[in-house]
Write a protein that binds this ligand. Structure first.
Ligand code: URA
Length: 328
């Protein structure tokens, strides 16, 4: 698959993913090297192994190895311990300068929720999973009836404060389904998921995979109404909203689902596992393979994790390719 240079550039990955990768891949005759999990290091090392590197590429090998071991050390050290909840709407968040590789990341996705205004009490380890909501007749609705039902939904208290429901957007026959958490302020106003800064980054992530939100991608949220004040949705709100998402998945019949962020991943997978423990594996939701990655709003603030998000998308792409092959 052709990588989109501009999208990668905007993702902050171009210098590492395209310029070096393409030059070396062309040399080695390997088009898809950028799909590897630690591409910079592996591509550079592969080229070194073939003894085709020029002096500048040897530097790249050294740099890549150093970066890789630094990154590994940073993540083995674990998240920063003094993390304050981020008070302002992340949708409005501006990208912050890259953090020096000597500094630990200021927070991790596991410290982060889209609904970050209110700290959530930790669930006791033996807390029962919230019950799945009864499906009622939602499981039998067609697209029009389903979107009408969502628009008029009063199944939980979130209906009281919403401006618009946010149903979903994109290709209703897409192979790819991206699932976020819940609408923020702009989404509530516009009735569309992932508008604003996080949405722009999401569009760039898609473009890097030669995808766009209207073609072969459908985007929805676990929760269809904005929780007031961007608080975390309650388990009963998730349970009451889930039949809508289940029906959307059944209608779209995606070949791959990408769960965006901890909240979406935990809600879909019925787990309280950390994002770190959920990434890098193929899960299942309603019989569809699921890949977990960081929320784009988190990535806006945590640039050092963009390469990990790209690795997640590459895993999603490989999984999608596998699923598409089986279905052929
Ligand atoms: N964050 C989400 O998870 N979903 C949106 O639609 C917007 C922001």
């Amino acid at each position: 698959m052709a990588l989109d240079d501009i999208a990668l550039e905007e993702l902050g990955l171009a210098p590492r993913w395209v310029r070096k990768g393409v030059a070396i891949a062309a040399h080695a005759g390997a088009q898809d090297v950028a799909a590897d999990v630690e591409p910079t290091a592996r591509v550079a090392e592969a080229a070194a192994a073939q003894r085709t590197v020029e002096p500048a590429q040897e530097d790249a090998v050294r740099e890549a190895r150093a970066a890789r071991s630094q990154q590994a050390a940073r993540f083995e050290a674990g998240p920063a311990s003094t993390v304050e909840p981020q008070p302002e709407s992340l949708q409005e968040a501006k990208a912050t300068p890259a953090i020096s590789s000597d500094e630990p990341p200021p927070f991790t996705e596991d410290d982060f929720a889209w609904f970050d205004a209110v700290a959530e009490p930790a669930l006791p380890a033996d807390a029962p999973a919230p019950p799945r909501a009864p499906r009622d007749d939602i499981a039998a609705l067609d697209w029009d009836a389903l979107s009408e039902r969502v628009a008029g939904c009063t199944r939980c208290r979130l209906c009281e404060k919403r401006t618009n429901t946010v149903f979903g957007v994109g290709d209703r026959e897409a192979d790819w389904m991206l699932i976020g958490e819940a609408p923020g302020e702009n989404e509530d106003r516009q009735g569309e998921p992932f508008v604003g800064q996080a949405g722009k980054l999401l569009d760039n992530m898609l473009r890097a995979l030669s995808l766009e939100r209207s073609q072969n991608v459908y985007i929805a949220n676990v929760i269809k109404c904005r929780p007031p004040g961007n608080r975390n949705p309650e388990p009963d709100e998730v349970a009451r909203c889930e039949p809508y998402l289940q029906r959307q998945v059944a209608l779209v019949k995606p070949k791959i689902i990408v769960a965006l962020g901890r909240f979406a991943a935990q809600s879909l997978l019925k787990t309280d596992g950390s994002i770190a423990s959920l990434r890098g594996r193929v899960h299942q939701y309603e019989g569809v393979p699921v890949i977990v990655t960081y929320h784009p709003a988190y990535l806006l603030r945590s640039l050092q994790d963009k390469s990990k998000a790209w690795a997640d998308l590459c895993l999603a792409r490989d999984t999608w390719r596998g699923a598409a092959r089986v279905d052929r």
